[in-house]
Design a protein around this ligand. Sequence first.
Ligand code: TXA
Ligand code: MG
Length: 324
Amino acid sequence: MNNKALILPAETANISTMAKQLQAGDIAAIPTETVYGLAGDATNPAAVARIYTAKQRPARNPLIIHYASIDAMREDVYITPLAEKLAQAFWPGPLTLVLPQTPTCRISDLATAGLDTLAVRVPAHPVTQALLTACQRPLAAPSANRSGQLSPVSATQVAASLGDRIGFILDGGPCERGIESTILDVSGDIPHILRPGSITEAMLTFVIGPVQYGQAGVVDAPKAPGMLYRHYAPACPLRLSVDKPIPGETLIAFGPGPIPEGFASVLNLSPQGDLNEAAQHLFDYLYQCEQSGATRIAVMPIPSEGVGVAINERLHKAAEAVVA
Ligand code: TXA
Ligand code: MG
């Protein structure tokens, strides 16, 4: 593992030191309830440039901006009545809204890749909240992995991916949600889910009425530029909806069974068949497969309902990305 980065426990003193460093233009990995983020002052072009360089992220792929509260973002985005409703229902929490920028928007053009919209969210993790409040500025934070690698759900995973490229990792423990935020574009007339997550379509519909999927990442690719890029590609072939093994395969199982037999090893995302628990374990188990030197990964069918939609979206991308 690359070990230059210092892993700091998320104690009050470390949070305030980190806040000062972020104010000064440094970048650092921070916990959120979804996945770890690589944070920098979104109003500081030099800090934002450091994020892109560390991640080796294409400059055309804009970043999500994190705020302590909805009030903290009013200078930067137009909060439409629809957005107010969503914010009341889901913030702080794992929902990102794409909103029109205001003329007074303070966010660096580098972070928005020149778009006239901004992807914003108020994270629920108490450490992220404390940090945002202490540093008193919006933080740009993409997932804290090199482009094309798994989104990290623990400080150790951040260190494995970016440890030689950043100075500090604030350790807030394992991420509760384990999967990136739902992205909902509410900048136009019809709300569009650009990336499914643990705030499900049904939860959104309950609050604002019907939303469209827009086949995230295909039809709406120009709207969510990140979807144009290769996402996580596992280090070995990955098969989906598997019920029979290929010799040597590691099985990622789901539910109480029956679990197909004959696999080299088995990791069950949720023995009780709880999709939220499965989302929480997904990246962690894929990471464990990679670390254990698995040569092939097989995944059992996972129901495409609720957060299962997001789990399957990540798995399909991973399976497609494999260059066999
Ligand atoms: O849960 C999360 O959202 C995590 C944590 C750290 O907050 N962050 C995250 O960021 O997943 P990232 O950079 O890995 O994914 C951000 C996605 C990209 O697909 C990007 O293209 C999209 O958000 N995005 C950013 N700004 C956008 C905009 N103005 N319009 C549409 N999509 C946007
Ligand atoms: Mg990412």
